[in-house]
Design a protein around this ligand. Structure first.
Ligand code: TA6
Length: 301
């Protein structure tokens, strides 16, 4: 399904700050560039691809080898994992991390805010295929506010008459100078499930550092985390609400190379710190109720 650029721009473009573009058979992009920051968001998948405050190096990392294919998320950015995180609990043939990141989203609204930020709201299109994977009536919206900070709100509204249980994540790839010079604070003492060590449960001792493949789901944490990047001489603060899990992932060299879309040393330039509700922290949304998962990123020198 090709989204009509003329219709998108006539209805939702904002003079000087938001326009919709498409290069060749690439994704349909909402390109935001205002006095505070710039970002690009693919409507296919509702995937933020890039974000940087004005004058800053990219904060959200997009692989230089990312290859667009309809129905698949690009390597990098902020893939939306919903309505399950990781492999499906029982159906190995269902898509990993749910289907929201593989489906087209429609534009609900666009707004230039008084503080100079730009807000874009999208809604997931669900169809026969998604109903086959998840036969429930729910509406999923994504609100992205682009400014000197990046605020992302993923809201699930239960339109049915039964409670809905789901897991989810904003699977954000952050750009770092070199992974060897990076640590993450805010998870000290937090229990986590170590997917690199057979899913064993451990407790985080001190800051998180990365010297090999790391794939950890920290549980029961509402903490703000901070990526300390000595390479780019900056900190990235990751605040959140509506989230009790934080996932930290770096594939390292071997797994990174196997993906084929990370670039040779791509793993050294990225770290995923994901704002989630995963495993024990799956959420249940009552009939007619809504649940919002929110993350806000800011850069500090
Ligand atoms: O969040 C970490 C993780 O679950 C890893 O186990 C790895 O699978 C990663 O997500 C990337 O998954 P993807 O399906 O986007 O390649």
């Amino acid at each position: 399904m090709t989204l009509d650029l003329d219709m998108l721009n006539s209805r939702h473009a904002l003079a000087g700050t938001l326009r919709f573009t498409r290069a060749g058979d690439g994704p349909t992009l909402a390109e935001i560039d205002n006095a505070l920051g710039s970002a690009s968001i693919a409507l296919e998948g509702g995937q933020i691809l890039t974000w940087a405050p004005q004058g800053q190096e990219a904060v959200v990392w997009l692989s230089p080898r990312a290859k667009y294919a309809a129905g698949k998320s690009l390597r990098g950015g902020v893939p939306v994992c919903w309505p399950w995180f990781g492999p499906h609990a029982t159906e190995s043939g269902f898509p990993a991390h749910g289907f929201a990141r593989n489906k087209p989203w429609e534009v609900v609204s666009s707004e230039q805010l008084a503080d100079g930020a730009t807000r874009l709201a999208l809604k997931l299109r669900q169809d026969q295929e998604t109903a086959g994977w998840w036969p429930h009536r729910a509406e999923l919206t994504l609100a992205v506010t682009v400014g000197a900070a990046l605020r992302i709100e993923l809201t699930t509204r239960n339109l049915g008459d039964q409670p809905l249980t789901l897991s989810e994540a904003l699977h954000t790839y952050f750009h770092v100078g070199d992974i060897a010079g990076v640590s993450v604070s805010g998870l000290e003492g937090c229990p986590f499930l170590d997917k690199v060590d057979g899913g064993s449960r451990k407790i985080q001792d001190g800051a998180v550092t990365i010297a090999g493949e790391v794939d950890r789901v920290y549980l029961g944490t509402t903490a703000t985390t901070v990526i300390h990047d000595t390479g780019l001489k900056r900190r990235i603060r990751i605040a959140k609400s509506g989230s009790r899990s934080t996932v930290v992932w770096n594939p390292w060299a071997e797994k990174g190379a196997k993906f084929g879309d990370m670039g040779d040393d791509g793993y050294r330039r990225m770290l995923c710190v994901e704002t989630a509700n995963a495993l024990d922290d799956a959420v249940t949304v009552a009939p007619g109720a809504s649940h919002a998962l929110m993350a806000e990123y800011a850069v500090e020198a």
